[in-house]
Design a protein around this ligand. Structure first.
Ligand SMILES: Nc1ncnc2c1ncn2[C@@H]1O[C@H](COP(=O)(O)OP(=O)(O)OP(=O)(O)O)[C@@H](O)[C@H]1O
Length: 239
């Protein structure tokens, strides 16, 4: 399988503090790749460097072989992004934000069908700021899918969702995965990583602690599940 994302020796610092530390990994076509790590581990910064939103001090990252800082326009149409920092303009309605997003792309998907799929159709006339946290998260997936992307970047997508909404999102992502969508996601929910990810990267203080399939990581740790394995590797790292 071809690599969709390649990260090589990526190093990013803020005010002389290294937050992503010589990180290298690849995400293959059709793969769901999870980045797991403590608060402040550098997950969002890694994703934002791949997307070309920050310039790394060292190393590089490419999507479809292209650096996002240099080829923003070409990559724009092929990428769906949901970031923690996503924000919406004031007094905008669901339908308006979808229309505005669709207008940015040459071949957008039908946003109405997407709203329907995420049970948001009845909210199309509602102000985005009046949506519940979970509804807003679901809207952010709709927006990420509008470009009909080949790769999805999802940063803590299900944080704040209730159990049912989270399951609903998982099912949708599973369907997208079955359709061949490449995804890179961050999450604090080990159950989510276990359910969705083909491979995961455990990150601590910007450094790779462990990478592999969920099964390998569990087996190598000698623990019964991913959560226990994660805690084991994080503890080992801090020794
Ligand atoms: N613009 C910035 N300026 C200075 N420091 C920053 C900036 N952005 C992030 N950091 C710092 O970099 C570190 C990594 O942040 P990052 O958001 O990548 O972590 P994370 O793993 O996504 O955390 P979380 O799980 O809490 O979202 C943190 O210590 C954070 O305070």
């Amino acid at each position: 399988m071809k690599n969709v994302i390649e990260v090589h020796d990526l190093t990013k610092q803020y005010q002389n503090r290294i937050v992503v530390d010589h990180l290298s990994f690849e995400v293959k076509q059709g793969e769901v790749y999870g980045i797991l790590g403590h608060n402040g581990a550098g997950k969002t910064t890694t994703i934002e460097c791949i997307l070309g939103l920050h310039r790394p001090e060292k190393g590089n990252a490419t999507i479809f072989g292209k650096n996002a800082c240099q080829h923003r326009k070409q990559l724009f149409e092929r990428i769906g992004v949901q970031l923690q920092s996503s924000s919406y303009q004031n007094n905008i309605k669901v339908q308006e934000v979808c229309e505005e997003t669709a207008a940015l792309y040459k071949r957008p998907q039908d946003y109405r069908a997407l709203l329907d799929q995420f049970h948001l159709s009845s909210y199309d006339n509602q102000f985005v700021e009046k949506l519940s946290g979970g509804e807003r998260q679901k809207l952010s997936i709709v927006i990420a899918l509008i470009p009909d992307p080949q790769v999805l970047f999802l940063d803590e997508l299900t944080t704040g969702l209730d159990v049912e909404a989270r399951r609903e999102v998982w099912e949708t992502l599973k369907t997208l995965k079955q359709q061949g969508m490449t995804m890179i996601l961050t999450t604090h929910y080990m159950e989510e990583a276990q359910y969705l990810c083909d491979r995961v990267l455990l990150l601590a203080h910007g450094k790779m602690v462990k990478e592999g399939t969920v099964d390998t990581i569990i087996q190598d740790s000698g623990k019964p599940n991913l959560e226990e394995a994660y805690l084991y590797y994080m503890k080992e790292e801090s020794k």
